[in-house]
Structures are given as structure tokens and as C-alpha cells.
Ligand binder design. Structure first.
Ligand SMILES: Nc1ncnc2c1ncn2[C@@H]1O[C@H](COP(=O)(O)OP(=O)(O)OP(=O)(O)O)[C@@H](O)[C@H]1O
Ligand SMILES: [Mg+2]
Length: 254
């Protein structure tokens, strides 16, 4: 199967530090690929490289066969690469629903303010978008706080809203940076089921950074392990669990 996302020999350096060191990996449509590794291993930096938030020093990143590593974050997002941020990326002064609508409007490239204009066509488009956004918020069990300000939501609720915002456009590729942080156990389970369904039923490719190892083992088709920026394993979950290089990365002895 042709790769949806393909990284070839990608390195990202910050001064003397090589945060991502010559990493190649691919994600196919409908595949859940987990990206794990100790703190500071380079996982978020790799996401930043894919989403255009970090400049790569060497290598290439292709999405649907096309090089994207010279594009801006906005251009990459508009092509259908959507992500969430480790430290949350909601607009605090907007409601949960408005945050999701902002995400929808980036994709169609019309400004949020444009959609608030009173032309009948944009009003119709807005109400369809609003209905869809509410449906997705319900699905993620945050429908009841749709009209609350993002800053008034719990950490777990904010995470769910952020995922809805990334999902709302049904992007071909979704990058989730530690989505389970702050989620109660039943929400984690729910999140796992949703991730599986998005990949299985909608064919979305998902790259998932996660420290919650049981979630990784339950939802992933494949697990890529980074350690000091280098890829040290790339295999199905059961195999990675038993991999010597992986154990060493986590236990910290060579
Ligand atoms: N903008 C930056 N400038 C300088 N160094 C950075 C920058 N971003 C990340 N780093 C460094 O790059 C390395 C990789 O960081 P990164 O955030 O990618 O790790 P991570 O695997 O996501 O870790 P965590 O599990 O803690 O989120 C770290 O040593 C970090 O300090
Ligand atoms: Mg990180």
C-alpha cells in the first residue's frame, strides 16, 4: 500500500542537539502507528516537522506522495494533515463549539469572521457546520459543555475538544500528541475505541504519541520507538513489548 505519510532520513537539530536523528517511517491510510519513547526522545519535534512547525535539517517528508517539508503549517493543515498539541492549543476565550468551528473553517480556507457574515449561503453553511460540530462533541462526550468557554473546561475535556477540532474536517492524517493525558480511565477507553474506528471505518491514518502504554498496545497496528532522536524499533505492539532495544530505552541502561 502506498504510504499516506512518509519520512525519509529526517533530522532536526537545535544548535548542537540532534532532536530527530535520521528517522525514516511511514504511515498508511487506515493505520494506527504509535510513536513512543522516553521524555526528550524527539517525538513532539518529529510531529512539529510533519506539521511544518519545525524546520528539518535534512531528509524529506511526503504526504500523499507530495513533498510537504517546505510548506507552512497552514498549507500543510489545508492539505489534510491535522494535529493536536501536547500542551493544548485551544483558544481560551472561545467556547468549545467555536474552537471546533475555527478548525473547520481553516480547511475550507474561508475565514471564521467570513462565516459569521450574514449572507444566506454562509449562514446555511454555518448551521450545517455547527450541527456537525455538536455531533462530534457529543461523540467525544463533551457535548454538554459545547457552549462553555474553553478556559472553563477540565484538562480532559479540553483534550477531547482539541481532538474534535482536529477531526472535524475528516483529515486523511491525524497526529495526536499525548491525547490521553488528564483523561479519566473511562474516557481513555472511549478515546481508544474512537481512534480504532477512525482508522478502521474512515481509513484515517493516525500517528499517536502516547505514554499510556496500555492504550498504545490496544489501538496500534505498529509501534515506532524513538530514543535520543533515533528510531530503535518499528514493529507490531506485541513484538515491541519484548524488544531489547526498547527495554533499554525505557530502563536507561545500554
Ligand atoms: N524549540 C526547541 N529548541 C531547542 N531544543 C528543543 C526545542 N524543542 C525541543 N527541544 C529539545 O529536543 C529534544 C526532544 O524534545 P521533544 O519535545 O521532541 O521530546 P518528546 O519525545 O516529545 O518528549 P516528551 O515525552 O517529554 O514530550 C529535547 O532535548 C528538547 O529539550
Ligand atoms: Mg512531547
Amino acid at each position: 500500500m502506498a504510504a499516506l505519510l512518509e519520512l525519509t532520513d529526517v533530522s532536526v537539530r537545535f544548535g548542537g542537539l540532534t532532536a530527530v536523528d535520521n528517522v525514516s517511517l511511514s504511515v498508511a491510510a487506515g493505520e494506527v502507528c504509535a510513536l513512543i519513547g522516553p521524555n526528550g526522545a524527539g517525538k513532539t519535534t518529529l510531529f512539529n516537522a510533519v506539521s511544518g512547525n519545525a524546520v528539518i535539517n535534512s531528509g524529506a517528508i511526503r504526504f500523499q506522495g507530495e513533498e510537504i517539508h517546505r510548506l507552512t503549517p497552514h498549507q500543510i493543515s489545508a492539505k489534510g494533515v491535522r494535529r493536536t498539541f501536547q500542551n493544548g492549543g485551544l483558544f481560551a476565550h472561545l467556547t468549545a463549539l467555536e474552537n471546533v468551528l475555527v478548525g473547520l473553517h481553516t480547511r475550507v480556507d474561508s475565514s471564521f469572521l467570513g462565516l459569521l457574515a450574514s449572507a444566506p449561503a454562509s449562514r446555511r453553511a454555518e448551521s450545517a457546520a455547527t450541527a456537525r460540530a455538536r455531533e462530534l462533541l457529543d461523540l467525544m462526550q463533551v457535548g454538554h459543555v459545547a457552549d462553555n468557554l474553553a478556559s472553563d473546561l477540565s484538562g480532559g475535556q479540553q483534550r477531547m475538544v482539541e481532538i474534535v477540532r482536529a477531526l472535524a474536517t475528516e483529515p486523511p492524517l491525524l497526529l495526536l500528541d499525548e491525547p490521553a493525558v488528564g483523561l479519566a480511565p473511562h474516557m481513555r477507553e472511549q478515546l481508544g475505541q474512537i481512534i480504532r474506528r477512525l482508522a478502521g471505518e474512515r481509513g484515517i491514518g493516525i500517528l499517536l504519541i502516547e505514554h499510556a502504554i496500555e492504550l498504545v498496545m490496544n489501538v496500534s497496528d505498529r509501534v515506532v520507538v524513538l530514543n535520543y532522536g533515533k528510531k530503535v524499533a518499528d514493529a507490531p505492539p506485541a513484538q515491541v513489548r519484548a524488544d531489547k532495544a526498547v527495554l533499554e530505552a525505557y530502563l536507561g541502561h545500554a
